[in-house]
Design a protein around this ligand. Structure first.
Ligand code: CP
Length: 311
């Protein structure tokens, strides 16, 4: 099979094992391109991609932009601070005006869950979700799975622990759906106040004691504590979070011998992860960033040329 079942990438909850496999395998072929001296192939020549970022981003925005450049696409970068969104223009009017300029694909990051789906309802372009509210961040989970698969040569059967704000993290949600679809054993760990009320719907083991959660784990993927949510009083202090849930060198003794440390960034060093762990020999945090380009090249390539197709 060489075709994804959808012409958009909105999330991994509805994405099949075959589609995930196809993206990861295609990323493997693009991974080599980014190590070349001349990191460019003509794959998306003639295709125009708009990077529509309504929220701040370092990794996702730059990674998509580089992926598009390496595929020879034409690129437009949109940011709210320099657009007519500042004058009150709606999302629908903004994207319909952009589409009138004959663009083909949109990568969107937005603070509201469902914004990428909304775009599929008012545009013909292929839509890629670059993170929507607390809903999903599919390319982050795909690059996480790619990085894990590269090291262990498999995903099935690995024990992966996701630590942090289970309630609000879009990265955790996409990781849960993707990893479970690929046959990994997924455990969730975080303070009780940061667990969704219906956490059992994920079908994962759930822990509020990080030492228990880490026992026998192959991979620990540590999420940023979203300090902007601290005003809600969901945990008493950063110091308490660091003591109870922070991943320290001491806590690594509970993991399997060939363990892996991951973090999607940006990190709060000394809160959810110590520098010793983040920069340690089993950390693949910067490999995740490098691999992200190959995964995004694969997604762009697989969705391109399908503008306006019926779903
Ligand atoms: N991992 C991630 O989404 O980082 P950015 O917010 O910097 O894009």
């Amino acid at each position: 099979m060489s075709r994804l079942s959808s012409r958009h990438l909105l999330g991994l909850e509805e994405t099949s094992q075959e589609d995930i496999q196809l993206i990861l395998n295609t990323a493997e072929t693009f991974r080599e391109v980014i190590d070349r001296t001349i990191k460019r192939v003509p794959t998306l020549r003639g295709i125009t991609v708009v990077n529509l970022f309504y929220e701040p981003s370092t990794r996702t925005r730059i990674s998509f932009e580089l992926a598009e450049k390496r595929l020879s696409a034409d690129i437009v970068n949109f940011s709210t601070s320099t657009s007519s969104v500042k004058k009150g223009e709606s999302l629908r009017d903004t994207v319909q005006n952009i589409e009138a300029m004959k663009i083909d694909m949109v990568v969107v990051r937005h603070g509201s869950a469902g914004a990428p789906y909304f775009l599929t309802q008012c545009m013909d372009a292929n839509i890629i979700n670059g993170g929507d509210g607390s809903h999903e961040h599919p390319t982050q989970a795909l690059l996480d799975m790619y990085t894990i698969r590269k090291k262990y040569k498999k995903l099935k059967g690995l024990r992966v622990v996701l630590v942090g704000d289970i309630k609000h993290s879009r990265v955790i949600r996409s990781n849960i759906w993707g990893l479970k679809t690929m046959g990994a054993s997924v455990a969730l760990c975080g303070p009780a106040t940061l667990l969704p009320y219906d956490v059992e719907k994920f079908g994962c083991d759930v822990y509020t004691d990080v030492d228990e959660a880490l026992d026998g784990a192959d991979v620990v993927n540590i999420m940023r504590i979203q300090l902007e949510r601290q005003q809600g009083g969901l945990f008493p202090s950063q110091r308490e979070y660091a003591n109870l849930f922070g991943i320290t060198k001491e806590r690594l003794k509970r993991l399997n011998r060939n363990y892996t440390i991951m973090h999607p960034g940006p990190m709060n060093r000394g809160v959810e992860i110590t520098s010793e762990v983040a920069d340690g020999k089993n950390s693949v945090i910067l490999d995740q960033v490098t691999n992200g380009q190959a995964v995004r090249m694969a997604v762009l390539y697989l969705l391109s040329g399908r503008k306006g197709e019926e779903e």
